[in-house]
Design a protein around this ligand. Structure first.
Ligand SMILES: Cc1ncc(COP(=O)(O)O)c(C=O)c1O
Length: 453
């Protein structure tokens, strides 16, 4: 009997009084507590649920568990680390694992990005990147360069910096004044485009969209703009892929106007885009890059920011006496030793399992499968890249989010976990998925769409 089966012998409590104490994140709490979905185990590409069912993990957790669940190597590494050194102060003292992990991460980064600052999550990584950008210009004697530019439909987590540059209205509208930010237009093609991979450069969906940055430069002047932050492809907004030439053009404009380019690679980092990074997949190197999620295969909370060496070195050069802090920022759990143990093991397993190659090989099958749903009931668009796909679902009048929710729940009842968000359904199966599993996932989605009112 394994640990999961043990759990199932004494089912966890699901009564409303018990569940009330936990105010759950990004969840319809009232709905969930009326009809709980507790996940009690995970092995490979499958979860097991409190009601004894096996569910295919169609989103790799939350885009983070590409290698699948229950990996003994990671479990053993974190157990060993917790026994040997469970915590050490993150400030003014170090432990060996953070340096090993930083080197493993740098090996997987585009050339030139080679200094790693650790955080505990993607949201913290995004805010850290924005702070580095502002502090960098100040250290260079250009303290007026503070404005930040994000993009409509962008998601950079939930802290104030990330929400301010983010472009998802549902995450912004409730929280009042954030930090000043401008937004580029999103790059999602009109419904009905059904582009496979990158949309073509022609028309409004080529470099013209990146040229919108020139309008913001004209408005504010580059002397006031610190950085542009974008996801190489947007995940949370429903998988929005950049048109051909778009990221290259953003890079050109940023370089010409001395604006830092930040790629938020919290989803695209470490395999999802069929490359180590989205930067590598799309052939564009930013100045600053964030990561989280897949870095530990989701087993421990860990994120971070990788910067160009000269950006890092400027902080060192301007840091004053060498006992002084060069960058007054960090978290109690930055580079937590147990999280680093998970990260080191995950980095080695991604290499040993040839994860990038596997995603590369699976991606054409996945693309053909998901686009096979073109014409299915309720589907108005399909987008994909690597092992990520987004489906736009036509809205019931006044309730754009209801049908995706109903589809998500029906899929769960059938034994498939998928993400529903806004007017989209999102898929990001584990890198270890088989083609048969992908086919079953997509077939179940097709059937569910047909059955949904
Ligand atoms: C691109 C991007 N940035 C930041 C975040 C926030 O990460 P976290 O939820 O770990 O704070 C996410 C999460 O989905 C993300 O997709």
């Amino acid at each position: 009997m394994n640990a999961n089966e043990q759990w199932l012998l004494s089912p966890p409590r699901t009564d409303a009084a018990w569940l009330a104490a936990h105010w759950m994140p990004f969840t319809g709490n009232r709905e969930f507590k009326a009809s709980p979905r507790l996940i009690v185990g995970g092995q490979g590409a499958y979860y097991s649920t409190h009601d004894g069912r096996r569910v295919f993990d169609g989103l790799s957790g939350l885009w983070c568990s590409g290698l699948g669940h229950g990996l003994p190597e990671i479990a053993e590494a974190i157990g060993r680390q917790a026994a040997a050194l469970d915590y050490s102060p993150a400030f003014q003292f170090g432990h060996p694992l953070s340096f090993e992990l930083a080197n493993l991460i740098v090996e997987r980064m585009p050339a030139g990005l080679n200094r790693v600052f650790f955080t505990d999550s993607g949201s913290e990584a995004a805010d850290t990147a924005l702070k580095i950008a502002r502090a960098y210009w100040r250290a260079r004697g250009q303290a007026g360069k503070t404005r930040l530019v994000g993009r409509a439909k962008g998601y950079h987590g939930v802290n104030y910096g990330g929400v301010s540059v983010g472009g998802m209205v549902a995450n912004r509208k409730t929280f009042g004044q954030g930090i000043e930010a401008d937004h580029l237009p999103h790059t999602q093609p009109p419904a009905g485009s059904f582009h496979r991979g990158m949309p073509p450069a022609a028309g409004a969906h080529g470099t013209a969209l990146a040229d919108e940055l020139l309008a913001l430069i004209q408005l504010h002047d580059a002397s006031n703009i610190a950085a542009v932050i974008v996801e190489p492809f947007s995940g949370s907004a429903g998988v929005v892929i950049p048109p051909v030439g778009y990221l290259q053009r953003l890079r050109e404009i940023c370089t010409q106007h001395d604006i830092l380019l930040i790629f938020d690679e919290v989803i695209t980092g470490f395999g999802r885009a069929a490359a180590w990074t989205g930067a590598e997949a799309f052939g564009v190197t930013p100045d600053i890059l964030t990561f989280a999620k897949q870095v530990t295969n989701g087993v421990q909370p860990l994120g971070g920011v990788v910067v160009r060496q000269d950006i890092h070195d400027l902080f060192m050069d301007q840091g004053g006496p060498d006992y002084m802090l060069e960058f007054p920022h960090g978290y109690t759990y930055s580079a937590h030793p147990v999280a680093c143990a998970a990260g080191i093991t995950a980095m080695k397993l991604l290499a040993r399992e040839n994860a990038v190659q596997r995603v590369h090989e699976l991606a054409p099958h996945f693309e053909a499968a998901v686009h096979g749903l073109k014409g299915a009931r309720h589907i108005t668009d399909i987008r994909n890249y690597g092992l990520a796909a987004g489906f736009t679902i036509d809205a019931r009048p006044g309730e754009p989010a209801r049908r995706p929710y109903e589809i998500g729940m029906a899929m769960y009842r059938k034994g498939f976990y998928v993400r529903y968000g806004g007017d989209t359904i999102q898929l990001a199966p584990p890198f270890i998925s088989t083609t048969a599993e992908i086919d079953r996932l997509v077939a179940a989605l097709g059937e569910t769409l047909q059955e949904t009112a």
